[in-house]
Design a protein around this ligand. Structure first.
Ligand code: NAD
Length: 365
């Protein structure tokens, strides 16, 4: 590895998030360059490679890991594969960017963190909300004292459900909407408040509309109590009609701020005929729609990948780590336990013997 110039990147996965990674790196050409992509379905990685000018294509990611010049590998594959992939990437001496949620179990999280530490590579946790420009602005204002003591942080993300079958299969996803998108909200509240200790987790969840497709929950509410007495309130849904919603609210004794990621950056639009593309998961482009511009930049994906590449070069310190991912994983377990018992779960919480967070909720049903 040269340790200079653009960071050479390999991507595992070539569908939804793999494409976001490729597009994001294309937007930060001074810092990094995607040189390889791997995914098992013949033709899929090739298609992404053609679209983004990626030179090398693999169906077996382990073969990609043998390529000497690759310095950082991003994981954009289903959740149940994250731990083994991380161990393999670190074993090949390459830095790891792992998509959310970090993994399935806390034992896996510990192995991922320890393996990367012992191999001398970074384990970076891909939580783009830490880089979402609007949300970063809200945090900057909070940190400057704009709202005084912040006592409530809310984050919500809702849509009508994910695009790929594995999300609905709890064996491969580890949980329903709380695992898939609650992990964003937990991370957001924790990060926004400056990573205070989380004392308790309370969750309520149900499957309202997708019971034919999944054993998982399609709607969840989560309340976090932090030891600085602030509260996090996280709402998630795969049952919400009308496309995607991602919002925050921040309340302090001295002020308040609201940010709506989609509607706040959209062009209220009416079309009889429809048009190409409005925004992620929009069900239609006919009638009233709210197309966003610079979608990836507004989400923070290129900024996130820029930061990770700069961490590899030692220009920045990782702001989203395996340790962050582990905290969130613990809250996921505690949240499913709370939904099962109907009471708050105290942290620290250890769920020995459970292979995935949702098993704590499903065991009593
Ligand atoms: N940060 C975000 O906002 C965000 C958004 C969407 C997805 N994600 C995360 O990204 C990850 C991937 O999700 P997605 O939406 O891209 O799923 P997807 O189903 O669209 O794509 C998954 C990719 O993984 C590949 N894959 C499957 N098994 C593999 C294996 N054994 N080896 C190598 N590749 C394999 C598939 O071929 C496919 O290319 C998930 O962990 C998901 O939670 C994050």
């Amino acid at each position: 590895m040269s340790g200079k110039g653009k960071v050479k990147v390999g991507i595992i996965g070539s569908q939804f998030e793999g494409e976001i990674h490729a597009a994001s790196f294309q937007m930060i050409p001074d810092e990094a360059e995607v040189v390889a992509v791997a995914s098992p379905t013949p033709g899929h990685a090739q298609k992404l490679a053609v679209r983004f000018g990626i030179a090398r294509v693999f169906t077996d990611y382990k073969k990609m890991l043998a390529e000497k010049d690759i310095e950082m590998v991003t994981i954009a594959a289903p959740n149940y594969l994250h731990a083994q992939m991380t161990v393999d990437i670190a074993g090949a001496g390459k830095h790891v960017v792992c998509e959310k949620p970090l993994c399935m179990t806390l034992e896996e999280a510990d192995v991922m963190i320890e393996t990367c530490r012992s191999k001398g590579v970074l384990l970076m946790y891909a939580e783009e909300l830490f880089f979402t420009p609007k949300y970063v602005k809200a945090k900057e204002m909070a940190d400057q004292g704009a709202f005084g003591r912040v006592y409530l942080v809310k984050q919500m993300e809702k849509h009508f459900g994910p695009h790929a079958p594995w999300f609905w299969d709890v064996e491969r996803s580890g949980g329903g909407v709380f695992m898939d998108m609650g992990c964003h909200g937990i991370a957001f509240c924790y990060w926004f408040l400056g990573r205070p200790k989380i004392k308790t987790v309370y969750c309520q969840m149900a499957t309202h509309v997708h019971g034919d497709k999944t054993k998982g929950e399609d709607d969840s509410l989560c309340i976090l109590e932090f030891d600085n007495s602030a509260v996090g309130l996280i709402e998630n849904s795969w049952a919400r009609r009308g496309g995607m919603e991602d919002r925050i609210e921040v309340y302090g004794e001295g002020g308040v701020t609201y940010a709506d990621l989609h509607m706040g950056n959209a062009l209220p639009t009416y079309s009889e005929y429809g048009y190409g593309y409005a925004v992620e998961k929009a069900p239609t482009t006919k009638g009233w729609t709210y197309p966003v511009f610079e979608e990836l930049w507004n989400y923070g994906f290129p900024q996130e990948m820029r930061h990770f590449a700069r961490c590899v070069r030692g220009k920045e310190e990782p702001q989203a780590t395996g340790e962050d991912g582990r905290v969130i994983q613990e809250v996921l377990f505690a949240g499913y336990q709370s939904a099962a018992t109907g009471s708050k779960t105290q942290l620290p919480f250890q769920a020995d013997g459970f292979k995935r967070p949702i098993d704590l909720w499903l065991k009593g049903r």
